[in-house]
Design a protein around this ligand. Structure first.
Ligand SMILES: [Mg+2]
Length: 300
């Protein structure tokens, strides 16, 4: 373990006053490391801070926030070999959960200091990188409509509650043309997910076979189904046990194109946007990241 390393913390503005975070940074300084803090104020800051830190030279850039902050930081690190670290202090920390990164800031910082990084793939959607899962349809709309206030107060529960309201009220199918290597077809779906990793929506294991180092994206398409069936499916999704169910399509592909006449709400590492054309691809071995273990290889 080398001492005297430099770590750049890219901190989501809403989390800057976290006493645990300050204590963790102080602790790292007392054992000889340099901590440089960069606090975000608006969208785009995290990406820029990460790119600048990598340019200047850094031993790791740590995303201090949730999945949205992680997403900006990885996009800032593209093209550099500076590894990512994560201090998961956001409301949705799906990637951190899957890879054994502790919630406690000091424990998460220790992990970055003590464990060498691993090399993983990145997914891209229309050229923008994502680390975890991108989803369209029901799951994505749920995230888009879960207000910031509800997220803060209720955490993961907020997503579940919005999801249930959505199911009870205005459930409708989406239509799109889906194209991949060797196939092209028009599908109706409730949800479509493209996973570099496995879980999204605060713990829904939508692409349970995804590996971060196989050069492939895992695709899960859920066809329209009766409300009664859907309730059962939601339970199976919590455990990633839905692959055998009728109406669930699963594939592993290096790229995927989705085209829809009406805009689809698409979620990229927790950030929603509306798109009619989705070009998914994978960038193999594009990121180094400090984790406790790869998804599915942990002690659970
Ligand atoms: Mg993969």
């Amino acid at each position: 373990m080398a001492f005297g390393r430099t770590f750049d913390l890219v901190i989501h503005g809403a989390r800057a006053d976290d006493p645990g975070l300050r204590a963790a940074a102080e602790w790292a300084r007392t054992i000889g490391h340099r901590i440089r803090a960069h606090v975000t104020w608006e969208a785009g800051d995290a990406r820029r801070f990460a790119a600048e830190a990598a340019e200047r030279g850094s031993d790791a850039v740590l995303a201090v926030g949730g999945d949205g902050t992680v997403n900006e930081v990885i996009n800032g690190l593209i093209g550099s070999t500076v590894p990512l670290g994560i201090l998961p202090v956001g409301t949705a920390n799906d990637f951190a959960r899957q890879t054994g990164i502790p919630d406690d800031p000091r424990a998460a910082l220790e992990l970055v200091i003590e464990r060498p990084p691993v090399t993983v793939d990145l997914g891209t959607l229309n050229g923008r990188a994502f680390l975890n899962v991108s989803s369209a349809g029901l799951g994505a709309e749920t995230t888009a409509e879960t207000g910031a206030v509800a997220k803060g107060v209720l955490g993961p529960l907020a997503y579940a509650i919005t999801g249930v309201r959505k199911l009870a009220g205005e459930m409708s199918a989406y239509r799109a043309r889906v194209e991949g290597p060797g196939f092209a077809r028009d599908v109706e779906f409730l949800a479509l997910a493209v996973g570099n990793a496995r879980a999204t929506g605060a713990g829904t294991v939508i692409t349970p076979l995804a590996r971060l180092d196989d050069g492939l994206l895992d695709v899960c398409v859920v066809a329209p189904m009766a409300l009664g069936e859907l309730a059962g499916l939601m339970l199976e999704l919590r455990r990633g046990e839905h692959l055998e169910r009728d109406g669930v399509l699963y594939a592993q592909v290096p790229w995927l194109r989705v085209e829809s006449e009406t805009p689809l709400t698409v979620n990229l590492d927790g950030e929603p946007q509306a798109l009619t054309r989705l070009e998914y691809a994978v960038s193999p071995a594009a990121l180094r990241v400090h984790v406790a273990h790869l998804p599915g290889e942990g002690p659970e």
